[in-house]
Ligand binder design. Structure first.
Ligand code: NAG
Ligand code: NAG
Ligand code: NAG
Ligand code: NAG
Ligand code: NAG
Ligand code: NAG
Ligand code: NAG
Ligand code: NAG
Length: 906
């Protein structure tokens, strides 16, 4: 044995020992930290399915941020924690200094004693995109005094941010943002920061460079505390406070912070401010104020922001001219000025990097900016509802190979030439809105579009039958199409059948003929089917009642015949069924009672023969029930539901053969018509139904003040009862007087007897009252002069007697209101009351007793409210055309899959 050999032999056991050990025996991971991590891991569950579905369902575009993996699965006792996924150690001490568990499928509660708070050496902690199930953040967070980066975004942590967060004086970045969950859901549990904590944090963490508090409730923070941000002037680079409930006026100093590159404040509807008029020459790259109350002009100084890349000022209160300096910015890739009241002419753009441009809904003038066609990277272009003029050759858009969304709707001054011979394609186009563009035939360039998702050709002048190629594309090529609107054209011939998968199919107000095709049964994906105002005939296919997602079925004003489909399935989604104005007959199918979400049921103007559908009384959402002009008969009585027709606001059974007493048992349960406040906040078709709001406007025809009126979208405070033209008999129930929000009451052409109850004087919102052609008698109660909004009164053809009350609206009614009542006297009738005769004692008495002074009666003397309200309503409607909202939704919901997060970078 030589020395070498003997050395080998001596060392051999050591080598064997080394080889036998797992590599971790070299572990330099701090033992305390290692077990703290394991205990933290063990306190939580892994839930992969939950996160995948939950996030993807809610935020389909989020995959650009996060790729989910269960990082803690690699954490094993006895191995070196510095090697574990997501863990970073200090090389020298072995302490854990970084922990990135973002997107790790963790689920469970965070406890105050959680061992994670004992990792005192942590400099970086990222728990973003996990599900801590609404846990609070505990004051122990303040123990991690070495933290420089804290990221708890999208981690389902809620409640007060503990004041100890201000101990984290070394913070460089703090991300507690959670935007898309809070936006649109006012009840989503948020994090909250109070004034005191905010102040201490900003004063202590003086090196903060990035601060993201999207979705955090900051409503208690006033302007002065917010201004403390200017004390971070040397450090702050990024600041986003979107949807934080901030109020007041933001100091423009914050917009001028010298190092700020990214700034986002919208949506915060109550946060105002103005843009700096001078000295605004900062490295700002992103400025997002969309959906805030910022106002004033967009100043010329914006042209000094040479690095500006994103400018999102959608839906603010800006007005005045668009500064021309804006068009000189060469770095812009996103420009959104839609909806804010801007005027002036737009110039040619200088930024070749433009990707997203929306100027919709402004009073912008000038020629269509042809520079747009040079921007190869343009993906989104919305120029709807402007005053742009000039001539536009549509085939130019084929230069924009990346364009996926194009909206040119409602540009009455722009003449667009769709050259049908030119051969061009827009390979990526998915959303195309050409409403109201004077199009007179189906544009040929549609044919090669493979990826079309939404197509709007409504309100054009396309005539004649639908060309074969369009039919074919629809059925065979446009596999992904989800939305088609061809309404308000002059289409003739057969109804085209969209492919299964489509959600919205709107072809109303055309001249389509032929039988309702049973092939529609293959399209069970439909959400909205609107074929109203055509000439479709034949029976309605039974299958429609079984479509699982159909929430609006509008077939009104066609020639449809036969029975109403009899198989509405349980759990169906229907909210609106409008079959009025057809030739439908037979009895009503009992399965209608399965439509538990139903809000509007309009069956008016058919030949339906049945008794009153009391079995619908348990539909708790039903707001409109119209059976007008059918062959309904029998007595209307309550079936026994505890709260029958709880939410009904329009009840129209006029022009039928109903008999017996007035339906008192229902009237006394019309809660929605009793409570003025409730009825002001309720809504039909105005509520936010997510992706589908604005796609369909509910409307209903009512007889208002003696005229047929179509209310486009049912006005939210609109309540009427119409029982006219039946054979109701008996007396007027006093309980009618409790329907305080009622606007119209028509009981004419019945056989009602007795007197008008004094309680009618409580119908303070009543605008029209028609009791004509009955057998009512007695005096007209003086209490009625208290109806300040009453614009139409018809008491003719009864047996009223005595003096007509004077004062208030009664001074405005003419003879016609009282015709056919020979025993009435006084103004406006020529028959004066005999002065010697005693005035009816009880009316004088009542007048004084109720204290209706002349002064109060004089208020609101002139005309009724409804017309005023409708006017305001129209302003609302035209203020934001549904298409725009629809477009925005398109972007929010589907568009983002392709365009990633940049669209939302404001
Ligand atoms: C790790 O393993 C050791 C030895 O088996 C054990 O004493 C310790 O409790 C374990 N730690 C954890 C956190 O499970
Ligand atoms: C995963 O999360 C979902 C949604 O929170 C929940 O319904 C499900 O029960 C969870 N799975 C497990 C195994 O806990
Ligand atoms: C927080 O983490 C998420 C997910 O990893 C990431 O997208 C986001 O940018 C992080 N925030 C900051 C301020 O770094
Ligand atoms: C932490 O607290 C929770 C409840 O407050 C308790 O269930 C848990 O056992 C505690 N964990 C430790 C490690 O003390
Ligand atoms: C500021 O930070 C230091 C260091 O963490 C801490 O000791 C001090 O209490 C903090 N001050 C406030 C007001 O939170
Ligand atoms: C903000 O900064 C100013 C000047 O730098 C200083 O005087 C003031 O005390 C600071 N305010 C707070 C609350 O820290
Ligand atoms: C825009 O840029 C051009 C060329 O650089 C310059 O002549 C013009 O004055 C600029 N306009 C504004 C409003 O800044
Ligand atoms: C267009 O986008 C491509 C890919 O993102 C990029 O490389 C190019 O620079 C962009 N062009 C312009 C003019 O910004």
């Amino acid at each position: 044995m030589n020395i070498n050999n003997s050395l080998c032999w001596l060392l051999l056991p050591y080598f064997i020992f080394l080889l036998s050990l797992p590599s971790s025996s070299f572990s330099f991971c701090n033992h305390h930290d290692s077990s703290a991590l394991l205990l933290f891991k063990n306190s939580l569950a892994l839930n992969t399915s939950h996160h995948y579905y939950w996030f993807v369902d809610h935020f389909p575009w989020l995959h650009v941020y996060c790729s989910f993996s269960s990082k803690t699965e690699s954490w094993k006792n006895g191995t070196d924690c510095c090697e574990w996924d997501g863990v970073t150690c200090d090389i020298i001490s072995g302490h854990v200094i970084g922990l990135d568990l973002s997107c790790s499928n963790l689920q469970g509660q965070l406890h105050p004693n959680s061992t994670i708070f004992s990792l005192r050496h942590l400099q970086q902690l990222n728990l973003a995109y996990n599900d801590f199930s609404g846990s609070s953040l505990y004051s122990t967070i303040g123990d991690l005094v070495n933290l420089m980066h804290l990221n708890l975004s999208y981690s389902q942590i809620s409640g007060d941010i503990p004041s100890t967060i201000s101990h984290l004086s070394k913070l460089l970045s703090l991300d507690l943002g959670c935007l898309y969950m809070t936006f649109g859901d006012p009840n989503y549990p948020r994090m909250r920061v109070d004034r005191y904590t905010w102040k201490k944090l900003i004063q202590n963490a003086t090196n903060l460079r990035e601060l993201y508090l999207d979705g955090v409730d900051m409503s208690s923070i006033r302007e002065s505390s917010l201004s403390l941000l200017t004390n971070l002037s040397s450090s702050l680079i990024s600041l986003t406070l979107r949807d934080t409930k901030l109020q007041g006026n933001l100091s423009s100093d914050i917009l001028c912070l010298p190092n700020l590159q990214k700034l986002s404040f919208g949506p915060n509807n109550n946060l105002g401010g103005e843009l700096p008029k001078s000295n605004w020459s900062t490295p700002l790259r992103q400025l997002g104020l969309s959906y805030t109350a910022f106002s004033g002009n967009i100043p010329d100084s914006i042209g000094h922001l040479k690095s500006l890349n994103i400018l999102a000022l959608e839906n603010c209160n800006f007005d005045g001219l668009v500064p021309s300096s804006l068009f000189n910015l060469t770095q812009l890739s996103i420009l959104d000025l839609s909806d804010n009241h801007l005027t002036g002419s737009i110039g040619e753009f200088s930024s070749y990097s433009l990707e997203y441009l929306s100027l919709s809904n402004n009073k912008l003038q000038g020629n269509f900016p042809n520079s747009i066609f040079q921007f190869q990277n343009l993906t989104f272009l919305s120029l709807s509802s402007t005053d742009l003029n000039g001539h536009l050759d549509f085939h130019q858009f084929s230069k924009l190979k990346n364009l996926y969304c194009l909206n040119l709707s409602y540009n009455s001054l722009l003449s667009i030439n769709f050259d049908s011979t030119a051969d061009y394609i827009l390979p990526n186009l998915q959303f195309l809105y050409l409403s109201s563009c004077n199009i007179n035939s189906f544009p040929k360039f549609l044919a090669p579009l493979q990826n079309l998702l939404q197509l709007d050709l409504s309100h054009n002048i396309i005539r004649g039958s639908i060309p074969q190629w369009f039919h074919e594309k629809l059925l065979h090529s446009w596999k992904n199409i989800a939305f088609i609107d061809l309404s308000f054209n002059k289409l003739q011939g057969d109804l085209p059948i969209p492919p299964n998968g489509i959600e919205y199919f709107l072809v109303s107000n055309n001249e389509l003929t032929g039988n309702f095709p049973s092939a529609m049964c293959n399209v069970s994906s439909l959400n909205i089917l609107n074929l109203a105002h055509n000439n479709l005939a034949g029976p309605i296919p039974q299958c429609l009642g079984t479509f699982p997602s159909l929430w609006t079925l509008d077939l009104q004003k066609n020639n449809l015949s036969g029975n109403i489909p009899g198989n509405f399935s349980k759990g169906n989604a229907l909210e609106t069924i409008k079959l009025n104005g057809n030739q439908l007959d037979g009895p009503l199918p009992r399965s209608l009672a399965h439509c538990t979400n139903l809000e509007v049921l309009d069956l008016a103007d058919n030949n339906i023969e049945d008794t009153f559908p009391h079995w619908l009384e348990s539909l708790q959402e039903l707001q409109v029930l119209s059976l007008r002009s059918n062959k309904f008969h029998g007595v209307i009585t309550c079936y026994g539901a505890k709260h029958p027709f709880l939410r009904l606001r329009i009840f129209d059974v006029s022009n039928n053969n109903f008999s017996g007493p007035l339906p008192k048992s229902y009237i006394k349960n019309f809660q929605e018509m009793m409570n003025v406040n409730v009825s002001q906040t309720g809504s039909i078709g105005l509520k936010n139904t997510g992706t589908t709001s604005n796609l369909y406007n509910d409307s209903v025809v009512v007889v208002m003040k003696g005229h047929y009126m179509e209310l486009v979208r049912i006005f939210f405070a609109f309540t009427t009862i119409d029982l006219s033209n039946n054979m109701f008999e008996g007396e007027l129930p006093k309980v009618i007087g409790e329907l305080h929000s009622l606007k119209g009451l028509n009981l004419s052409h019945n056989a009602i007897t007795g007197t008008i109850p004094r309680s009618f004087g409580n119908l303070r919102n009543l605008e029209w009252l028609d009791l004509s052609w009955n057998q009512l008698k007695g005096e007209i109660p003086v209490a009625l002069i208290n109806l300040n909004f009453l614009a139409v009164l018809n008491l003719s053809q009864n047996q009223f007697e005595g003096i007509i009350p004077t004062g208030g609206q009664f001074n405005t009614f003419g003879n016609d209101s009282y015709a056919g009542n020979p025993m009435l006297c006084g103004f406006p009738l020529s028959k004066s009351c005999n002065k010697d005769e005693d005035w009816p004692p009880h009316s004088t008495f009542h007048h004084e007793e109720s204290g209706f002074g002349w002064k109060s009666v004089a208020v609101g003397f002139a005309c009724g409210l409804v017309f005023g309200m409708l006017l305001g309503y129209n302003v609302f409607m035209t203020g934001k055309p549904p298409l725009l909202a629809r477009l925005v939704e398109g972007v929010h919901i589907s568009g983002l899959k392709r365009t990633n997060n940049r669209i939302h970078a404001n």
